[in-house]
Design a protein around this ligand. Structure first.
Ligand SMILES: *[C@@H]1O[C@H](CO)[C@@H](O)[C@H](O)[C@H]1NC(C)=O
Ligand SMILES: *[C@@H]1O[C@H](CO)[C@@H](O)[C@H](O)[C@H]1NC(C)=O
Ligand SMILES: *[C@@H]1O[C@H](CO)[C@@H](O)[C@H](O)[C@H]1NC(C)=O
Ligand SMILES: *[C@@H]1O[C@H](CO)[C@@H](O)[C@H](O)[C@H]1NC(C)=O
Ligand SMILES: *[C@@H]1O[C@H](CO)[C@@H](O)[C@H](O)[C@H]1NC(C)=O
Ligand SMILES: *[C@@H]1O[C@H](CO)[C@@H](O)[C@H](O)[C@H]1NC(C)=O
Ligand SMILES: *[C@@H]1O[C@H](CO)[C@@H](O)[C@H](O)[C@H]1NC(C)=O
Ligand SMILES: *[C@@H]1O[C@H](CO)[C@@H](O)[C@H](O)[C@H]1NC(C)=O
Length: 656
């Protein structure tokens, strides 16, 4: 890439936040954390950089007592019906072997646990394996040393310096094997850079191996950026994409690449970044009607900001995280960003097609140090996810890469440290977990961003309804105020349209908490945490703490205080509690193993099924014993401790 081209790319990029790119070469190391004196303070991998920002100033206009009067029927403006699995994850294809497992028989137990937490609340989890690396991915018969994927570093191409990726069918078996432990359903993508002919190997293989666990295949990834990245000539537009879709279907039919006929009924388009094209331009080609029988979902990809200039261009011109921190703490900005999709989500309802945000996160090109890895993004992630649900998206996926980015919902330790380090759980994993709990497993939840008169931009309030009846209230307080003057009191009442009140005697509340919006690690959800860097095995730690708020019987109101900063999920009745209403834990007869295999005797399936202090409620691996006969939590804690101790001892032994 010439300097001119880079300048052009960056000029364009600085005006449009676009879909993510993962870069492998020539990237400026992101190890540029500086302390307040401007001295570099971190020389390790970016994902673990402890640099924090200064909290933003306190806004002046905060409405501190917020009336929330909910009706049991007749509410207008609610979203379409949503599933608890609304918020899923998008894993850059090239890091699949770090995140899911080394191969189909060495599955990462922390990943299973992280997915099990969501499935317990939502019933299932959506995971996409793809991103830029899907475009040049090639299915090969075998790779050296039994690897499931490998980057071809000799053949790096394009502005993002993405190397072609070779993978074997064992990557697909790994995904399929994950689904036999936890109810994960998958998205993959078809390489679309080369169209004459298309490489359809993934179509045939993924349908064969994943079967019903394959939700859909992306037909291209961000085609409206192909011209910029020199994959198409200058005049390439939505009609050309329409034609390629047709060519693809023709080739699949001619070569019998989809023998079951399932894959070509489950395609996803146009997956644009709304960078060079609008969605309306694509709809205006007749895309949805033309391929009605082939399209399972329509999708787009969007990040609110970008860190590309800082990473590939002139760092002096790059976005300064401190300067954009407050953008993430303003509800109206998230609403405005998603406003551009409302025409599309109304249009697609008339076509009976779900619309997905296929890839998103705090900022493309790895996110921002001090924002993407701090409490601010957990609050942003909840508001953004609820706003997407309110805006009639049908799902969204938080993107994650390797250890060289800031924004991961979860990060596996570097391979050379995986035998003694645990995983690092990022703030937006909490957002996804809470979203699963806020929507629950009914497939029937409707979200409404409550239009409350005089509400400040720092304190969005959402109600979640089932069959028109309010079930849960979600409240974000973005204000960072150590004095607690800006803690807010949300005064909730329930009633019928005729004015009679049905406010309950008490409500249950779960809080997401941290001391400040810039805090890293140690976030708690109802008192439980996934800890700090390298501290997690994917299960929440600590004792769950659910608050009961007694309501005022005379005023018929329940007052819930939300700290500044913080988030509260209010359960308006006991049947509104969703934590254990997803898919029940399964009994696993097989073993999933990680690098710990040489040093532990724990059955890893125990880890996969257990969940903090709820562990003793579930059946255990390979036994089918009734819950009462199951070992207690303490047994597992000991097993986990000995696992880590054992691993460290083994490592030291080797080092000595
Ligand atoms: C996975 O890797 C392990 C260790 O390298 C190996 O023993 C095992 O045979 C591999 N499994 C498959 C299915 O390739
Ligand atoms: C680079 O890719 C080309 C085309 O796929 C291939 O012929 C060539 O062998 C590759 N080079 C290396 C060094 O792998
Ligand atoms: C995982 O996939 C392999 C195919 O490579 C299969 O033989 C094996 O039984 C699967 N393991 C589990 C635990 O499902
Ligand atoms: C909304 O979408 C329809 C269908 O693509 C299009 O015709 C119309 O112009 C769009 N309206 C706006 C305001 O973008
Ligand atoms: C979502 O769809 C519902 C049902 O069509 C509609 O009433 C509501 O206004 C839509 N919400 C937004 C924000 O467009
Ligand atoms: C593992 O690799 C990373 C990145 O190359 C390096 O920073 C770290 O020191 C290595 N750890 C060990 C224990 O060698
Ligand atoms: C929700 O939908 C999923 C399919 O997406 C289905 O498997 C599940 O049974 C449904 N749950 C309920 C409660 O209907
Ligand atoms: C997180 O909590 C642990 C245990 O309480 C403590 O040792 C650690 O310093 C805390 N880390 C941060 C970043 O607050």
């Amino acid at each position: 890439m010439g300097p001119l081209r880079l300048a052009l790319l960056l000029a364009l990029v600085s005006q449009h936040a676009f879909g993510d790119i993962t870069v492998y070469h020539a990237q400026r190391p992101m190890t540029t954390g500086v302390n307040s004196a401007g001295v570099p303070s971190h020389t390790g991998l970016p994902a673990y950089d402890p640099t924090t920002l200064n909290p933003p100033p306190i806004p002046a206009d905060v409405m501190k007592t917020i009336p929330v009067n909910l009706l049991n029927s007749g509410t207008v403006g609610m979203s379409i019906k949503q599933k608890g699995s609304f918020m899923g994850f998008s894993i850059e294809m090239s890091v699949t072997n770090q995140v899911l497992g080394k191969n189909s028989s060495l599955i990462q137990v922390p990943f299973l646990n992280l997915m099990a937490n969501i499935q317990q609340r939502a019933g299932s989890v959506m995971v996409r394996v793809g991103g830029n690396t899907q475009e040049s991915a090639k299915l090969v018969d075998s790779l050296p040393n039994g690897r499931i994927l490998m980057k071809d570093l000799q053949n790096v191409t394009g502005t993002t310096q993405t190397p072609p990726l070779d993978y074997t069918t064992d990557m697909l078996y790994l995904m399929r094997n994950v689904s036999s432990f936890v109810n994960v359903h998958w998205f993959l993508g078809i390489p679309w850079f080369v169209t004459k002919p298309f490489d359809t190997a993934i179509v045939t293989a993924s349908d064969l191996i994943l079967g019903d666990y394959l939700l859909g295949l992306q037909a291209s990834n961000e085609p409206d950026m192909y011209v910029l990245h020199q994959h198409r000539p200058q005049n390439y537009g939505p009609f050309d994409y329409l034609g390629e879709f047709s060519d693809f279907l023709g080739q699949v039919a001619a070569t019998n690449a989809d023998p079951t006929g399932r894959a070509t009924k489950n395609l996803i388009g146009p997956n644009i970044a709304t960078f060079a094209w609008t969605l309306e331009q694509v709809w205006d080609t007749g895309f949805v009607d033309t391929y009605n029988a082939n399209l399972a979902y329509l999708a787009a990809e969007k990040y609110p900001d970008q860190n590309c200039e800082a990473r590939f261009g002139d760092p002096a011109k790059g976005v300064k995280p401190q300067e954009v921190l407050q953008n993430y703490l303003m509800h109206s900005r998230h609403k405005e960003l998603l406003g551009q999709y409302l025409n599309t989500t109304m249009y697609l309802q008339t076509k009976n097609k779900p619309f997905l945000m296929f890839e998103t996160n705090t900022a493309s090109c790895g996110g921002f140090l001090g924002i993407s890895d701090a409490f601010v993004s957990a609050l942003w992630g909840i508001d953004y996810a609820l706003q997407m649900a309110h805006s009639n998206f049908s799902g969204a996926m938080f993107h994650l890469g390797g250890q060289s980015v800031y924004y991961n919902p979860f990060t596996a330790p570097p391979t050379n440290e995986s035998s003694f380090h645990g995983w690092t759980i990022g703030p937006i994993y909490y957002s996804a977990l809470i979203m699963a709990e806020a929507l629950g497993p009914s497939n029937n939840s409707q979200v409404l961003d409550l239009p409350i008169q005089g509400l400040s931009d720092s304190t969005p309030v959402y109600a979640i309804y089932e069959n028109g009846v309010p079930k849960r209230v979600a409240i974000v307080n973005y204000v960072n105020d150590p004095s607690h003057t800006n803690d807010i009191s949300v005064v909730i009442s329930l009633g019928n349209q005729d004015g009679t009140k049905t406010t309950p005697a008490s409500v249950k509340v779960k809080y997401l908490a941290a001391a400040s919006v810039v805090q890293k690690g140690n976030i708690t959800w109802a008192g439980q945490t996934f800890g700090g860097n390298f501290e997690s095995d994917g299960r929440p730690m600590g004792t769950e703490d659910i608050k009961t708020v007694t309501c005022d019987g005379n005023a018929k109101t329940c007052t819930v205080v939300v700290p500044a900063p913080g988030f509260a999920l209010v359960f308006l009745s006991d049947d509104a509690m969703t934590e254990d209403k997803g898919l029940p834990s399964k009994t696993f007869a097989t073993t999933a193993k990680t690098k710990f295999r040489n040093t532990v005797t724990i059955d890893p399936a125990v880890l996969a099924t257990s969940n903090g202090n709820k562990f003793s409620d579930h059946e255990l691996a390979g036994t089918s014993k009734p819950p009462s006969a199951a070992p207690r939590t303490a047994g597992v804690s000991i097993a986990v401790v000995s696992m880590f101790v054992g691993a460290v001892v083994a490592l030291l032994g080797r080092a000595l």
